[in-house]
Each structure stands twice: as C-alpha cells, then as structure tokens.
Design a binder for this molecule. Structure first.
Ligand code: ZN
Length: 676
C-alpha cells in the first residue's frame, strides 16, 4: 500500500470518502538540525459525539498543562534557557539576518523539540553554533521585564551567569542520562531527578524501602525528586501542594471537567482516581489508578497523563511526565483483538523454557488508536506503540493495555515515500519490492506483537526483583518484546489468522530489522560515539547476535557492492530459528534476573559501533538529505460556543507551524517558575 504518492486518493489505507481537502494534507512542517517536524491527521474525530469531543478537548488541555514539568525534570536550567531564548526570538530588535541569530533560533527549535538542552534521543548536550558573547549581547538588549529573572533576584547578569556555563561549557551537564559502565550514574547525569546525592546514596535510600517478599510493591521514588537538605536526604514529591504544584493544579482542573463528561462510570472512576493521586502523591493510589485504568477497556476514548516512563533516569526509578489522548480506531483494532484472543496460544508455543512462561496470560488488551493530542515526554518526539502500566505485579495480576498509534505510523509512512532510502540501502529489487508491498503492514504487525504480546509475555521467577538487571533492564526488556514479535511475525499462524497475506510478508520485516539494526540506525549516532539508548541497543543486539550466530551457516551476510555495505539474508527460516534461540536466552536472563549475562550480551552486541561502517552509513545517508529523527506538531482543538457559552461543537484544526505552536504553548501553558 505504499506505492501511491502523497496526495493520491487511491491509497487503500484511506477511506473511499477521501475528499479533495484531505488529499492536500501537508505532512511535512519543518526541518532543522537532525530533525523533521511532521503533522498527523486525526481521522474520524468529526464522527465522535459532542460529549466525546469535549472529553478529548479537556484531556488535551490537561495534556498540555504539564509541559513545563518535563523541561524542569530534564535539567534544572531548561526553563530559564527556553524562556530567555523565546524572549530574544520575540523581542530582539537588532539584525536578525545573520549567522549567529539564525543558529540561535535553530538552537531554540532544538530545545523545543527535546524539551531541554539535551538531545531527546542521544541525551548529550547540544553544541550552540553561535558564540557566547553574541548571546549575552542580544539578551542584554532585551527589556528585562521580558526575561525570566524573577528567580535570579531580578538581575539579568545573575541569570546570565547561571545559564551561560550550562549552555556553553561542554563539560557541564554534558549528558542527561549517563549509562557509562563504572561511573557514578547519578552524579554524571544532568537530569533534575536528583541533586547532591550519589548513586550509592540513592541505592541505599530505595533499598531500605524495598521488601523482596512484597508481592505488590509500590513504585518507590517514581514521583519525586531526591535531594539533600541540611545534610538529610529527602524526597520532594510532585503533587498538588508539592513540587510542580502550579502545573499539576491546572492538570487537575481539566481532569475535573473531563470527569463530568466521562463516557461511563468506569472511566469516571479512572479520572477521579488520577485526580486523587495528583492531590496526594500517594503511590498506593497510583497503583489503584493503574488497575482501574488497565481494566477500563470498553471506553472509546482513553488517555495517559502522569509520571509514567523512567527512561530519563539512569537507574529507572524516577518517571518523566507525559500525556497521550486518544480514541480507538475501531476498524484497525480488529487486528489486535485477533492477536489478544490468541495470546495464550502464543505464550504456550513460544520457544522459552516453560518455567518462565505464564500459565494463563492475563487480559492482554490491545487496540489500535488514533492519537488526538500528545504532551510532555510524548511530544514532539512520539512513541508509535505504548504498553502500560509498568509495574510488573499489576501486569501479572490485572494485565496490561497495549496500543499502536496508527495515525502516527501512517504519517511517518506517508512522509517517507519517495525519499530514496530503500533505493540506497536495500540490497536488491526483490527485497525492495517486498518492502514496498508488505513493509508498512508487517511493521505495524510487529509493533502490535511487540506491545500486546511481547511485553506481556513471560514471568519472573519468585523472588527476582523487577530491577535486578539495573541499567541493562530496559534494553533486555525491549529485546524480549521485539524478539517475541519477530518470532511470531514469521509463524504460519499469522497467515491463518489473516494478519498477514502470505508467508512472504514477514520477510519484509526481517529484512528491515536486520538492515536497521546492523546498519541504518547508525545514522542517528554521532561519529565516535557508541549506542546508548535502550531501544537502539536492543535492535543492534538482536541483529548482531543473529548475524554472528548464523555465520557458520551463512544465514545473514554483509556484502559489498560498489564500495557500499548491504545486508543480505540468505536463509529466512534459519533466521527465525536464531530469533527463537535468542528469545529463549533473553527470557531466561529476565526471569532469573541474571545481571551478568545481561551485561555481557548488551556490552558485546548492543553498544559498540564499527567506525568504518558507521562513517560509510552516515555519508550515504547524508547524501539523501533525510532527517534521522522526526517529531510532530499537534492539531489544535477549537471549541464552538453558543450564546450562553456552552460548547456546541469542537473543531480540529491543522493550521500551526512548529514555531507558532511552541510559542503558543509557552505562552498558554507556562505554569512553573523558572527554577523549581
Ligand atoms: Zn517496548
């Protein structure tokens, strides 16, 4: 289905009722640094009831009110820096047409994209391509009342003195999330989850709380900053009346409105429980909320709003704030219902040791959703699949909810058509044709399998802690889910269930996975660096492991053609066998909490980069002029009122540029002080 061009209405993914307005939809919005900004459609929003539209609108507002929280979580000075740059952008009256100014605006756009001064994915600090003296000059030229100086004694110089080293000194706050083996991961990470404490102190603080015999442990430390105050280590909780209160109060305000238009009682309970949690900060309430949330599978509209994912903390304890508002894509959800209905079959037939399998797979609910609003750590960079809640015991006892964001993957797919990528990196026409024919479909299926079966499969042996794999835990978990998906994508059961058209289709996914894991994902890594991010480590781990272990039988090769390196898969069947073997081993590591084996696997296959191939891939990619990372502008929801100020309709608008949206958000949702 990827053969048609953007703008054509014959695409089978589009409705037959495609109007000419829709065909003019412009997916591409902006491009700078290593980033491209796209736009996503919210199909079928118009067909929702007024109440459902209102619910989405209120939840969308709640999704945006927490934006400042994430900036502050990512680094203590992010809000000051963002506001200073925005003040310059909006008010600087001098020459705006020179290299320094342009570079400063690019820097600001990067800050918006990453919710701070560190790369959203690599987590290292951006280098400003403008000079410090210039920056200070333009800031001093701005009227002080436009600058964020309140927290700096209303003194512009004091504020500048605080932020210029943060921006310009390479060594200060160099990395947001440092995973380097052997270093103090807390002291060397630039996030704002901890202050004045060492990794040892953090471990000791939370080890004291954890009881290995507790079968329903709280997510200790999830919603707080840990810091020293008068020599004592204290937690500053993120709640109404605590840290980030001003933003959380706004979120709660919108949630209260949302509760009034909830679709049903179950959903109303979910919303009220979340409000309760925000008001008390009580982690027991958070677990209660998570259970209510995972059990509400009937509602059409759904949302995530809170301190959820822990990727931003090298120890995986503290959660960043995020939100996704969405509604079920009824037609496409049929696909994931089929997968879920067969979850037990998949668990029973997986190649892992029976001791690590679940006897009964609990409520794996999966759905395909239409994202309606993205906020916090889900914006502008966006996940394409989500599986929650994260607490293992809740997943085991109550199941998990898994979603695929199909309007987002569709936007990616549409924007990538005709960009020359497959022509450059895919070995031959046969593979290219297969990717063209089945790539999008098999990719979506892999995401479904990853989210709704992979993460939900398997179990820990009694007494094994969820955190046993420490810094390697996230990579191993992602590998587990990916492998489960890859293993079953090639199962005849897929064709039998009507999820893939034939036994050729999975090969498109296998090829893309190997090509990405061994070669093309390196485009995202700066020369000289190793791989840090958990999903990327996982992909290389799998691809390299399969390559190395298939060498004797020549399963996968790296071949050269005109000085260029390509992946060639000689034996897809054998490759599936290797995927199954690795899945069994990764599940064993997870189930037994085998830290040493996790470390060995990840460090051997997932981290190091061949410098020669790295350089080659970067050069070939650069010639295509494609941005390696993409993110999105949100739609805008406009309520229509009657004379009594009642909302009578809500319209979705796609009329903002990236800059316009970011400036508006900074104006309308600027809820926190510059220092917190
Ligand atoms: Zn995952």
């Amino acid at each position: 289905m990827t053969t048609t061009l953007i703008g054509s209405c014959s695409n089978e993914g589009d409705k037959a009722t495609n109007t000419s307005v829709e065909t003019e939809f412009e997916y591409k919005v902006d491009k700078f640094a290593d980033l491209e900004i796209l736009r996503y459609k919210v199909p079928d929003f118009e067909s929702l009831s007024l109440n459902q539209k209102k619910l989405i609108y209120f939840l969308s507002q709640a999704a945006l009110e927490g934006r400042d929280i994430l900036y502050d979580q990512n680094n203590k000075y992010n809000l000051t820096i963002r506001r200073t740059l925005e003040a310059v952008f909006l008010n600087y009256a001098g020459d705006r047409n020179n290299k320094n100014f342009e570079e400063m605006i690019t820097y600001l756009k990067r800050v918006w994209f990453s919710n701070g001064i560190h790369h959203h994915y690599a987590t290292d600090k951006f280098e400003p391509n403008f000079n410090q003296a210039y920056f200070e000059m333009v800031v001093r030229s701005i009227s002080p009342d436009k600058l964020p100086i309140k927290e700096y004694g209303n003194d512009v110089e004091k504020m500048l003195k605080a932020i210029t080293p943060v921006m310009f000194d390479k060594n200060l706050y160099a990395k947001r999330v440092n995973q380097t083996e052997g270093e103090d991961l807390i002291k060397t990470s630039a996030n704002n989850y901890y202050e004045g404490v060492t990794e040892k102190e953090v471990d000791a603080f939370y080890d004291k709380m954890r009881d290995p015999n507790d079968t329903t442990p709280l997510s200790y430390g999830l919603n707080s900053k840990l810091m020293k105050e008068n020599g004592q280590i204290v937690e500053k909780q993120w709640k109404v009346g605590g840290m980030y209160s001003a933003a959380i109060e706004k979120i709660v305000g919108w949630l209260e409105k949302a509760a009034e238009v909830a679709e049903n009682d179950a959903q109303k309970k979910v919303i009220n429980s979340l409000i309760d949690y925000y008001e008390t900060g009580d982690l027991l309430t958070f677990d209660e909320y998570s259970i209510l949330w995972v059990e509400d599978t009937e509602s059409r509209i759904d949302f995530v709003n809170g301190f959820i994912e822990t990727y931003g903390d090298p120890l995986g304890i503290k959660a960043s704030w995020e939100s996704v508002v969405n509604f079920k894509n009824l037609e496409a959800t049929q696909r994931t219902i089929t997968i879920s209905q067969n979850a037990q079959w998949f668990e029973d037939h997986s190649p892992v040791d029976p001791r690590f399998k679940k006897d009964s797979v609990n409520g794996v609910t999966a759905k395909v959703i239409t994202a309606a609003m993205l906020g916090g750590d889900c914006h502008p960079a966006t996940p394409i699949g989500i599986n929650l809640p994260n607490a293992n015991w809740i997943r085991q006892m109550h199941g998990s909810k898994s979603v695929t964001l199909e309007n987002i993957t569709e936007a990616y797919d549409k924007a990538a058509q005709g960009n020359g990528f497959n022509e450059e990196f895919v070995w031959n026409d046969e593979e290219r044709e297969r990717i063209k024919k089945y790539g999008y479909q098999s990719d979506n299926l892999h995401t479904d399998l990853h989210e709704c079966l992979g993460h939900g499969s398997g179990q820990l042996l009694p007494g094994v802690s969820q955190d046993a794999l420490r810094a390697y835990g996230a990579t191993i978990e992602e590998a587990r889910a990916d492998l489960f998906g890859l293993y079953y994508a090639a199962d005849p059961k897929m064709v039998e269930l009507g999820l893939l058209p034939n036994m050729e289709a999975y090969k498109a996914e296998y090829y893309k996975y190997m090509m990405n894991g061994m070669l093309t994902q390196l485009t995202r890594i700066e020369l000289g660096n190793n791989i840090e991010e958990a999903h990327m480590r996982n992909r290389q781990l799998i691809a390299q492991w399969v390559y190395e272990h298939g060498k004797a039988k020549n399963v996968v090769e790296l071949k050269e053609k005109e000085g260029k390196t390509f992946v060639v898969i000689n034996d897809y069947d054998a490759m599936r066998g290797l995927i199954g073997e690795l899945l069994a081993e990764i599940q064993r590591i997870k189930s037994e909490g085998d830290f040493n084996a996790a470390k060995q696997l990840v460090e051997t296959y997932g981290v190091k980069v061949d410098p020669k191939i790295h350089k080659e891939i970067r050069e070939r990619y650069a010639a295509l002029n494609i941005a390696p990372y993409k993110g999105f502008v949100n739609p805008r929801y406009e309520p229509i009122y009657d004379n009594e100020k009642n909302i009578i309709d809500i319209q979705v608008k796609y009329d903002e540029t990236f800059v316009k949206q970011m400036i508006r958000y900074s104006k309308e949702y600027s809820n926190l002080p510059s220092l917190n």
